[in-house]
Design a binder for this molecule. Sequence first.
Ligand code: SF4
Length: 599
Amino acid sequence: MFLPATPEELRELGWDRLDVILVTGDSYLDSPFVGVSVIGQSLLKAGYRVGIIAQPDVDTAADITRLGEPALFWGVTGGCIDSLVANRTASGKKRREDDFTAGGINNRRPDRAVIVYANLIRRWFKATKPIVLGGIEASLRRIAHYDAWSNRVRRSILIDARADLLVYGMGEKTVIELAARLKEGRGVPDLRGLCTIAAEKVPGTVELPSFDEAAADRAAFTEMFLGFYRNQDHRTAQPLCQRQDSRWLIHNPPMPPLTEAEMDDVHGMDFERDVHPHDLRKGKVRALETIRFSIPTHRGCYGECHFCAIAVHEGRTVSSRSEASILQEAKRLVSLPDFKGYILDVGGPTANMYGFECKKKLLRGACPEKRCLYPSVCTSLRPDHGRQVSLLKKLRRIPGIKAAVVASGIRYDLVLADRKAGLPYLSEVVRHHVSGQMKIAPEHSEEKVLACMGKPGRDGLIAFRDLFRRLTTEADKEQFLTYYLIAAHPGCTEKDMEAAHRFASRELAIRPEQVQLFTPTPSTVSTLMYHTKRDPFSGRTLFVEQSAAGRERQKKILVAKKGLLRYEISQLNQATKEEESWVRTKTSKKKPRRNLPKR
Ligand code: SF4
């Protein structure tokens, strides 16, 4: 069932008061892919009365008061994406469209939604129940962090939002335990996965440089970040504290990741896989087109790409579902009236991390000074794609399924490192689970940039490309690889982009189309580099392109047509308009072009 979102639904359920009210920056999609929906359904299953208010009007009391006041707590999230990432492009421009808003127009989610919603609650409910922050926006901003949109170090969002508690990471277990303790009047200071505020420093916590020190000094900021980053494994993490003005932020160690049985319980819940009728009146939600018929197989990622927020939010330990649970979900999809026979994605943050983990990590925690996949796949990891091959074969055989696509990105280094099942896996995917193109994310070609990204070198990419081509030819298919690349990452210069352009056209024989501008998402290693202009591990100074024009220029170098490698930009006016004139490389005798090339 949908969580109730209107007073009429409360009346129908015969509920006079809710225990928990969740407030979200997205339209309400009841789906296993949507965090607030998973949290709400988990609480419901645990016996709590939960309601949801999606994208409330922040100027009036109408929406925020419509379900009354909860008996236990308010839960506030910005939605599936940090509100600034959702609302602004990497260049800072306002996005017009929103895949998580009914009707598709980006006019419902405020910037810094978590802060705005917490203030909205305080405005209309003065001395109310605790306000608990959650979701990715709260998770990434849980300690002092660099915020690129305001170009400054900000306090924990818990302080800025004037909220009471913050649940970080994958929050089901923490939230259920929190609800139980609040109901029984027990304290929560030791609850894992939680950040709290204290008047005094708590004994036994490791003190990070204070907010003031981190804001004033980049070396202190780096020390703070690394202290935070190295205390995110539930087996080894210490409780942390950080002075923020006159108070102390307390960061408890993470909750252990879900076991396979717990993952199955979460995904066995009765999600509607649809938009709540209250929101559907405003139009369709585009995100649903992909996630309605997709199946999440696992969560977490040990790739630790420096620009990616998944490790900070979902953790570095992969939790997988059982095969039986996934097959059961596939059968449920087949029974939906509008299912056309195609599962649009079977995957997770990285498709082929399903079904295996490092045994050492599971026993003793992630290695503090070693990485699972960089600079090469750790010998202790022992990748094994066997379970994935078995799962994909069984999915294909379910009556009513014409195809189950692996659309999530694949780590090609893991495929190559699995000597036993890597080739059968890729063969299986190439023959039956690619819909024309397979996504891989080399991100760049130049070693020094790849090192800044925490990504492996180009040799593996070429080996994988060759293998993919061979298997595709053998399967007599017409399909290709799509390469995801990043421009303007810290450490990347225009010369590096020119080299990447040459590599793409000469070695890969492509003109890149999937090129993203680096977005400095809070609390990632790359954002630390962006802010400090240093590699935090080696201490090396880095070139960082921070100007909007320079960042765009890097992207345009990569997507330029053959022979258009260099160009100049002349500012026509001091505001935003630029006229860009591209010039041919020195070997060309043609006149310079005056307009941007069409993409
Ligand atoms: S032993 Fe290797 S795979 Fe395991 S946690 Fe350490 S670095 Fe990762």
